[in-house]
Design a protein around this ligand. Structure first.
Ligand SMILES: C[S@@+](CC[C@H](N)C(=O)[O-])C[C@H]1O[C@@H](n2cnc3c(N)ncnc32)[C@H](O)[C@@H]1O
Length: 263
């Protein structure tokens, strides 16, 4: 199982919230106005970032089931959500085996930063369940394969290719994981039926902690794929880290948000 560090989720949350596509989010809010009570199911909830981003556009009758398999993230999330006004509860389920039970009573299924971890078959199953239940589906912050560092380094292209290969390793929700093909595959399932918008991270020179964490993550993923090139990869990391430390580095990570409303 791939584990996600609570500190990493906390670090990325502000960037995720800023990047979330406002047009797509507004459509969620408009759609929700027709409901006095709304059952939301968030898949791969982590510490509750999606609830914190989306609850403000939903009405007063919203109730959330937060699906997560990692007990340490559930504990951290319960602490962070303690003062939240809407109704919520975590449910410890494994999305690989328990997807149908997870979305059982959903009127809207949400997920953020999740579908690059899943396989095409799993996504197909989710799409079929959502169609059968005739509920809404709002999937945000899916990696779309665009990743750029500035200033450019000759080794960036090689690292990106190794990173994208690593993204497709089994993350515990089907294999191969969609990785850079996540947004494209999701949109292909629903054809023209969805609302789509970009939600890129645009990291500025002052965003040093997240750039540093991203850089470490990319170097370590690349080394796992090409252990024999660890020296070159570490040299690349050191060069880029110097640009981050001296306030010269910028990065773009391409994401897409997607909303499918019931027919
Ligand atoms: C990249 S994190 C995103 C977390 C959260 N949605 C956010 O935006 O901060 C992916 C989440 O999916 C959860 N996850 C991964 N595999 C899972 C599985 N098989 N069953 C349930 N949750 C899973 C992870 O524990 C993690 O919380």
């Amino acid at each position: 199982m791939t584990t996600f560090d609570s500190d990493w989720l906390t670090l990325r949350e502000a960037y995720d919230h800023a990047a979330r596509n406002t047009k797509v989010l507004e459509r969620v809010g408009l759609w929700a106005q027709a409901y006095d009570r709304l059952q939301v199911v968030d898949l791969g909830a982590g510490t509750g970032s999606t609830l914190r981003a989306v609850a403000p556009v939903l009405g007063s009758g919203q109730s959330w089931r937060l699906i997560e398999h990692d007990p340490s993230l559930i504990e951290a999330g319960e602490a962070r959500l303690a003062d939240t006004a809407c109704t919520w509860r975590y449910e410890r389920l494994n999305l690989r085996d328990d997807l149908e039970a997870a979305i059982d009573d959903a009127q809207i299924v949400t997920a953020s930063a999740l579908v690059d971890l899943v396989s095409a078959e799993w996504l197909e199953e989710l799409a079929a369940l959502v169609d059968r239940r005739n509920c809404a589906l709002y999937v945000a912050l899916s990696y779309d394969g665009r990743m750029r560092w500035r200033p450019g380094d000759p080794f960036d292209v090689e690292i990106k290719s190794l990173f994208d290969r690593h993204q497709q390793n089994d993350k515990g929700i089907g294999s191969p994981a969609l990785g850079p093909g996540a947004a494209r595959t999701l949109e292909a399932h629903f054809g023209d039926a969805g609302v789509i918008g970009r939600s890129d991270w645009r990291l500025r020179p002052i965003d040093r902690p997240i750039q540093t964490a991203l850089l470490r993550g990319h170097a370590s993923a690349a080394s796992e794929i090409a252990a024999d090139r660890s020296r070159e990869i570490e040299d690349w990391r050191i060069r880029r880290q110097l640009w981050i430390d001296t306030g010269r580095s910028m990065a773009l990570v391409g994401h897409r948000d997607f909303l499918k409303l019931p027919g």
